[in-house]
Design a protein around this ligand. Sequence first.
Ligand SMILES: [Zn+2]
Length: 603
Amino acid sequence: MLQQKKLILPFLLMAFLCLGNVAATLAAELQYTLSMPEPHTHYFKVEADLSGANKKYIDFTMPVWAPGSYLVREFAKNVENFEATDKSGKSLRAEKIDKNTWRVYSNKADAVHVSYDVYAFEISVRTSFLDASHGYANGTSTFMYPEGYEKTAGTLVVKPYQGWDKVSTGLKSTGKFTYTFPNYDILADSPLEIGNHPVYEFTTNGVKHEVAMYGGGNYDPERLMADMQKVTEEAGKVIGELPVDRYVFIVHNLDHGGGGLEHLNSTTLETSRWNYGTEAGYNGFLSLVAHEYFHLWNVKRLRPLALGPFDYNQENYTDMLWVSEGITSYYDDLIVRRAGFITPQRYLDIVASSISNVENTPGNKVQTVAESSYDAWIKYYRRNENSNNAEVSYYTKGGVMGHLLNMDIMRSTKGEKSLDDVMRYMYNRYYKQLKRGYTQAEFQEGVEKIAGHSMDDFFRDYVNGTKTPDYSAYFNAAGLKLVNENADRNVPGWGAATAASDGKVLVRAVNRGSSAWEGGLNVNDEIIAINGYRIDNNDLSRILSEHNIGDKLEVLVARDGKLVTLQVPLLKDKTIRYHFEEVASPTALQQEIFNKWLYIKNS
Ligand SMILES: [Zn+2]
């Protein structure tokens, strides 16, 4: 999978090599052991036993990234004490041949044993963490794979710290703390939560769902399980089949945090442990549940061509994260709405606010949503002070694209079809029938098939272009128009994000085309005084309210230790604030589409 055969090899020889490889893979056996004798030191001990390889040397490689999180994270940086021995315990020579590969000179030994320690102290859904209270091991930052044996099945034995008696993972169990995996992809894709956490359960569509709750919090387990059950059931209706026989939620309840990472039959969610106490926090958590759970279909099975089989050694480029992530974002709040946790009005507010968010991002006019997907590795995951000017989020804009596609389809089919039909069609065609990923052209074809007309303009202008859609024309299908509350507001704006730090007012970001941008304010400038008066961070909005568009302010800043005086012209605040309004006298069809879209049952 990783090492491509040289193309210049004659076909027969190539076939022979491939067969040879398969034979070696079939004969080989692989076992990993994960232990944690001193969890307070944050080191996992990993052992891998490969037998039946009989090779001159074997390369053990640590992935550089975790699928679902598109950043090269260099997990090999946390590896220490790599050692290799043969069956008799005799030491085998091992050397690093690149940043994440250890070559073990096995000299045709029948069995090779390697061991290493992994420092695990980065608490996030995509890394590994171990302390005196629990262990969380993500396959990609824990287990190296022997190259050429990625398809080899194996076992994993977990040795929890003494007194810890729970392991939660999507891996198939064959005994206490013993698991099997059919290939490395599954091992890498099945994080393990290890400790004494409570585990709750519920059943959706006949499938047992386990919820491992680490960290405590103000949730009521009974209510939460009932609500997660409703969310998963509603999510399952989109595609109409649940392709797992078991599903595991690992929930990290932390002092603060948020996010999730999807896996084939499990997910890890991170949330603030006191979030459950407010309506917004609680519904936000359900939306996260819906998001990661919907990935079970969208991206873990229905996937862009580049996202599987994974190359763990480098970036895997795709221009389709706006579908994998954006359309999943489209579904997360929609599923929560369909399950009845938020009102239609609240849902409309969420949609209007995400459109405002996209249109208020200057980068939306610089980067297309397809480019945003492609460059996730170097941009979305590596944001800096200028990101808003240069980038658009494939999550937010992708979600907005989902709404426009859905409205287009509902209008074209008179409410008979929706984006759900596209997702169902794509899932059946590419995941089930063709058993491969799809390209952007194929996704467009899928939309066209359901909508019944060409989508060339849409993909040219909005997916591969930065044109501003006529939103109201789209939402007219449901009898709605999008209204900018700020359209008639003639007030000046700063266009700079500032923060108070140690009594200083510091510029954190400057929006392209704003007053701050035109006046030459820089990120990291300390704003000391305006028009001769010393200011603090709260004065900035007062000063704006006392001036008009066209006024000039004299702004004294400290920049790299020098005082600089700037003349800042006050420009109109162009911030958009959309909300939906009903069109005058909506037709019966518009009303019907509105009700179908928002799951309003006719009384
Ligand atoms: Zn996602």
